[in-house]
Design a protein. Structure first.
Length: 272
């Protein structure tokens, strides 16, 4: 079993990215030859040069988000589909007076990253790893935050938050019932983060349902179409969007309240 397997990470008390690095070291038979993820050279370089990716209209902290995602794993989308992402939009509308929101993602028609209002739109502009990391480090220097599901943005926020550079970066991760109780607490950072499960449903079980799609869809990628056999057991229609019941149960009002508490620094964030 590979060292980066989720359950193995949990059993060994390792972070997901750290375990992946150790597995590469083992395969190359050079222990220590690949730096631990919190010491990645490109991160150190970017942290040192302090070059911002974007020019901001004001000095508000940066909040980064991604709407939707790949259509092969729509159960991970927070009440979002191909056309709209009403829950994320509500959070943006309620906090835009205190944060400069930046939307990332792709313009690839095979992926679903619907438009958001009141954001700096960087979809398709962070494909280069150095640009992606530079944006996250800029957000960290501004004492900003990341709002997303269990996706690459969360993993990279974990990497950046552990880098020895100035500032802080909070992570608000919408997990839902798909991956509760698994490796999530091991590949994401300790401390400044909140996890939202909405998973008191029987179908989530103790370790999550691990289903793939809310309902069947057709993609240009044939291997994604095979996932039409793994559908959510309790889909609901929420604000015109077909979504898992566990995701619909995570209200924007809760995230807004927690962001406000984080912004005021009245309370620390912890895993829930």
């Amino acid at each position: 079993m590979p060292w980066y397997d989720g359950d193995t990470c949990a059993n060994r008390g390792l972070k997901f990215t750290q375990s992946y690095t150790l597995d590469l070291q083992r395969k190359f038979r050079h222990p220590g030859s690949i730096p631990v993820y919190s010491e990645v050279p490109v991160l150190t370089y970017l942290a040192d040069d302090h070059k911002d990716l974007i020019k901001l209209p004001d000095d508000k902290p940066i909040a980064i988000t991604v709407s939707g995602g790949k259509p092969d794993l729509t159960v991970k989308h927070w009440s979002s589909d191909k056309h709209s992402s009403p829950y994320i939009q509500e959070v943006i509308d309620a906090t835009s007076d205190r944060y400069t929101w930046v939307q990332i993602g792709s313009h690839n028609p095979a992926e679903w990253h619907p438009d958001l209002n009141g954001v700096i739109d960087l979809r398709g502009k962070t494909a280069k790893p150095e640009d992606f990391l530079r944006l996250l480090l800029q957000a960290k220097r501004s004492k900003g935050l990341v709002l997303c599901g269990v996706t690459l943005l969360a993993w990279m926020a974990a990497t950046v938050s552990l880098n020895q550079s100035e500032g802080s970066l909070a992570l608000f991760s919408i997990v839902g019932g798909r991956e509760q109780g698994s490796e999530n607490l091991h590949f994401l950072p300790d401390g400044a983060n909140l996890f939202y499960y909405g998973s008191s449903l029987e179908c989530a079980g103790r370790y999550g349902c691990w289903e793939s799609k809310t309902e069947a869809n057709i993609s240009i990628y044939k291997n994604w179409n095979a996932l039409n056999r793994h559908l959510c057991k309790q889909p609901v229609t929420n604000r015109g969007v077909r979504t898992p019941a566990c995701m619909a149960a995570i209200p924007p009002s809760q995230i807004i309240a927690d962001i406000n508490r984080y912004g005021s620094r009245k309370v620390g964030l912890c895993t829930i």
